[in-house]
Design a protein around this ligand. Structure first.
Ligand code: AHR
Length: 512
């Protein structure tokens, strides 16, 4: 059987919200300190302490939003410690991530400065786990209230007269786990209470995001939709692509699950792996389809009009930390496997654009599936960065109606679909298809027929691939893997015959 794609150029579905290409920055390892933020006195070129090479790289892939300050860190973060003169900000221990001292030099003002430099929407996650209703309420007031109050006076004293614009606001993080080990019912009540006092000031209307489930906990989604969704704009699923994920969950008699602790001890290298481990990650990435479909089915039951979005504000690969680094810092290298896995997940998110309005890969700089890695004054772009560069054509484009018939990819007697994709039409009428061949051993011959488009004239192609499954960029060899011009296609009327290399991500742009 040959791989076949049929796409209808005139049947536009939902808009692919550009927020699907969102990012996440936590006070974890070297993401903020010695990552985004090196301080004003650093020899590394910076503006207000923010590395200019990181800003330039991220602007190129048009990052639409940035989630901060965590993650689990958000559940121990007290915003008042991160404002005012830096020398008088109190320190804390970052108990979740390596037990290091956090000096709070990067706080609310610095985060908004960073977002401004990146030209990206801020997404702030509030502390439900160890904070108070008053603390969260006053943080929102500090950031967004234009009137006079003790809190806004404080903001003015700290050098910011006008409030900032803040749309995306999370009421907690992983409240089944590091955010308080709550039962879904208990969190739904807490969420409703905290949310009430996080006010909309003036014309600043918050887009309210409740903490969603971990992975396949459909019961959590059910309870959120039943008890809290009427006050929310979105609920946020977390799903990490990893193999051998062993989380200890206590199943309660009423059908609820209580997360106890993560015991995933199956060591797994980010760079040293065989084909079975490649296959395992592809399987975990493709599982995203089943996962989001099942959560969406629960949401559809309570909200058929799709008013409440599903967002996936933490996802990506999670491997062992690189040897010689602090295990609490979650620093991992990034190979072609990460790129193929990210391309697959992003295709799935695009294809559910009617319900999925934002995702945030974890985490932009030096942590987990990062876009960029830094060492001293050096910076490298990861293979995953290049996927975001290819896929930016989908931002705010119209998802088209299409069907894919795929060959199988076999490994160890198990089968997966060899190819996956998503196809959209941009404002100029160009059609962009991002296609992924997950098979590391075989090219994929793909016949793509575009109905209702007429004769195809001009096509541009880009491919991301490499000779080995674990090809990566390093500080010594920063350009081992990067996108190249792709020409392995033949046009025949309104059909394109494409030959995708093994283990590749391909962008085919059909010009109007
Ligand atoms: O991204 C790392 C951590 O993973 C986040 O802090 C937490 O929310 C999740 O468990």
């Amino acid at each position: 059987m040959a791989n076949q794609i049929i796409v209808n150029a005139k049947t536009e579905k939902s808009t692919i919200n550009r927020m699907i290409y969102g990012h996440f920055a936590e006070h974890l390892g070297r993401c903020i300190y010695d990552g985004f933020y090196v301080g004003e006195n650093s020899k590394i070129p910076n503006v207000k302490g923010m590395r200019t090479d990181i800003i330039d790289a991220l602007k190129k892939i048009k990052i639409p939003c940035l989630r901060w300050p965590g993650g689990c860190f958000a559940d121990e973060y007290h915003w008042r410690d991160g404002i005012g003169p830096k020398e008088s900000r109190p320190s804390m221990i970052n108990t979740h991530w390596g037990g290091v001292v956090e000096n709070n030099h990067f706080g609310t003002h610095e985060f908004f400065d960073l977002c401004e430099m990146l030209d990206t929407e801020p997404y702030i996650c509030g502390n439900v786990g160890s904070g108070t209703v008053r603390e969260m309420s006053e943080w929102v007031e500090y950031m967004t209230f234009d009137g006079q109050s003790p809190v806004t006076e404080l903001r003015k004293k700290n050098g910011r007269g006008k409030p900032w614009k803040l749309k995306y606001f999370g009421i907690g993080n992983e409240n089944w786990g590091c955010g308080g080990r709550m039962r879904a019912e208990y969190y739904a009540d807490e969420l409703t209470r905290y949310n009430l006092y996080a006010r909309d000031y003036g014309d600043n209307k918050l887009y309210r995001i409740g903490a969603g489930p971990r992975g396949a906990n459909y019961k959590w989604t059910e309870v959120m939709m039943r008890d809290a969704a009427m006050f929310l704009d979105a609920i946020a699923l977390h799903y990490y692509t990893r193999i051998g994920d062993k989380v200890i969950i206590e199943y309660l008699p009423d059908g609820n699950e209580r997360y106890l602790r993560d015991s995933s001890k199956s060591r797994m290298s980010a760079t040293d792996f065989d084909e079975s481990q490649w296959f395992g990650i592809m399987k975990a990435a493709l599982f995203t389809e089943e996962l989001v479909s099942k959560h969406i089915a629960v949401m559809d039951k309570y909200d058929p009009a799709k008013k409440v979005a599903l967002i996936v504000d933490e996802w990506g690969t999670w491997f062992d930390n690189e040897s010689g680094t602090n295990p609490g810092f979650l620093y991992q290298q990034n190979t072609l496997r990460d790129a193929v896995s990210a391309g697959t997940s992003l295709n799935i998110f695009n294809n559910h654009a009617d319900r999925i309005h934002m995702t945030n890969i974890a985490q932009t700089v030096n942590v987990l599936q990062a876009m960029v890695l830094t060492e001293g004054n050096k910076l490298i772009l990861t293979p995953t960065y290049h996927v975001y560069d290819l896929y930016k054509v989908h931002q705010d484009a119209k998802l088209l109606d299409f069907a894919i018939l795929s060959d199988d990819y076999e490994c160890g007697g198990e089968l997966l679909k060899q190819i996956n994709g998503s196809i959209s039409k941009d404002g100029k009428g160009n059609i962009n298809a991002t296609l992924v061949n997950i098979d590391p051993g075989h090219a994929a011959e793909v016949t793509c027929h575009i109905a209702d488009f007429g004769m195809i004239d001009v096509i541009e192609g880009t491919v991301l691939t490499a000779d080995t499954m674990n090809t990566m960029n390093t500080f010594e060899q920063p350009d081992q893997i990067r996108p190249k011009k792709f020409t392995d296609f033949v046009i025949e009327g309104s059909t394109i015959h494409i030959k995708m290399p093994p283990k590749s991500v391909v962008l085919v742009s059909v010009k109007k």
